[in-house]
Design a protein around this ligand. Structure first.
Ligand SMILES: [Zn+2]
Ligand SMILES: [Zn+2]
Length: 351
């Protein structure tokens, strides 16, 4: 597949072979000035607006979530009472903080990735001893990135960089407020529903499924941030494959083609049978992440579509105000009086 890419140095239009670019992005040069067509591994996506790489399903699901009654009130409640600090306090007490003078190898990956995506800050980073390889992000006023020890053990440096880029993508795309709200909501649903049969129940359940649907779609945006930083879809897919297989021992017998082949098989099954499609939707309804095969499919698609290379060539949307975060601006308006019963229940819970 070919795509026309404008040179960021001399604006000459170049025909790009996407497969060649995927194999070796540094070899892609402008036919006229011979400059690199793509930003190199040390260059910054200056002023990058996350809408340049946001997955369309993420935007759609977020708009649907913002329309669910109670969402705006819940987010304001969270901000007003500073509930996001719960996680920071937990991490500070129980997890090992990574800094420039402690676990420098990981700190430098986080610092470098935040700089490359022009996040405007370096997130606080924590390591937690846990057998499940995982990474997540919380914090509304201040970002916290958490990595489990088994993730660090399972992935090589390039793959770990991809995972960190995914998390920085969540931060840059403004997901963290909603993700933090989602995490608190899941806790509340479990706690409140066992204590009350009030009006809160249907409201919370509606919000619960809307949050989960959006979270799954937001993952696809995070996966695109992995591609922007690594410029190597094979590294990203290998990280996902390792997370799926769970063991470095099986990796010598696996490759990303196996993962993509499995994704294709599932897609064919769902295309052939509406009932399979329905079951797949139902099976994912309660998940915060899409199943591995679907993520692999979207990563592969975006890398081959050429859109990635537009952004990597510096041709992306820029933020109008650099690094200004107005968290309140992202909260939908609604009349809080309508949800008084729900928030009475929430207040009781935090007494
Ligand atoms: Zn040029
Ligand atoms: Zn994610």
């Amino acid at each position: 597949m070919e795509r026309e890419i404008s040179c960021r140095h001399c604006q000459t239009h170049n025909r790009l072979d996407v497969e060649e670019a995927l194999r070796n992005p540094d070899a892609a040069r402008c036919g006229r000035c011979k400059g690199n067509l793509f930003l190199g591994p040390a260059e910054v996506y200056t002023g990058l607006d996350p809408r340049s790489y946001e997955h369309p399903l993420d935007r759609q699901a977020l708009e649907a979530l913002r329309r669910v009654p109670g969402t705006g009130t819940f987010l304001r409640f969270l901000l007003k009472h500073g509930l996001d600090r719960t996680y920071r306090l937990l991490m500070k007490q129980n997890f090992l903080e990574v800094r420039a003078d402690r676990v420098k190898s990981i700190h430098s990956i986080v610092e470098d990735t935040a700089r490359r995506l022009d996040l405007g800050c370096v997130p606080e980073t924590y390591l937690v001893q846990h057998p499940q390889p995982n990474a997540w992000t919380t914090g509304v006023e201040r970002y916290q990135l958490c990595l489990t020890t088994s993730l660090v053990e399972l992935l090589d440096e390039a793959e770990l960089r991809a995972v960190v880029a995914h998390e920085v993508g969540h931060m840059q795309a403004g997901h963290v407020l909603y993700k933090t709200a989602g995490a608190i909501l899941y806790y509340l649903v479990g706690t409140l529903l066992s204590r009350t049969t009030s009006l809160a129940a249907p409201l919370l359940i509606g919000m619960y499924y809307a949050f989960r649907k959006w979270e799954r779609c937001a993952e696809l945006t995070g996966d695109r941030a992995e591609l922007l930083v690594t410029r190597d879809y094979r590294t990203c897919l290998r990280a996902h494959l390792k997370l799926a297989s769970g063991s470095p021992k099986t990796m010598p017998e696996l490759n990303i083609e196996h993962l993509l082949a499995q994704a294709k098989e599932v897609e064919e099954l769902s295309d052939q049978n509406w009932l399979d499609q329905l079951i797949i939707d139902w099976q994912q309804a309660g998940m915060t992440h899409p199943f591995t095969v679907w993520r692999a499919k979207h990563i592969d698609q975006w890398a081959h579509s050429g859109e990635l290379w537009e952004v990597a060539s510096g041709n992306y949307r820029r933020r109008t105000a650099p690094n200004v975060r107005v968290v309140d601006a992202d909260i939908p308006e609604e009349k809080p009086g309508k949800f008084k019963k729900l928030f009475d229940d929430l207040k009781d819970l935090f007494k």
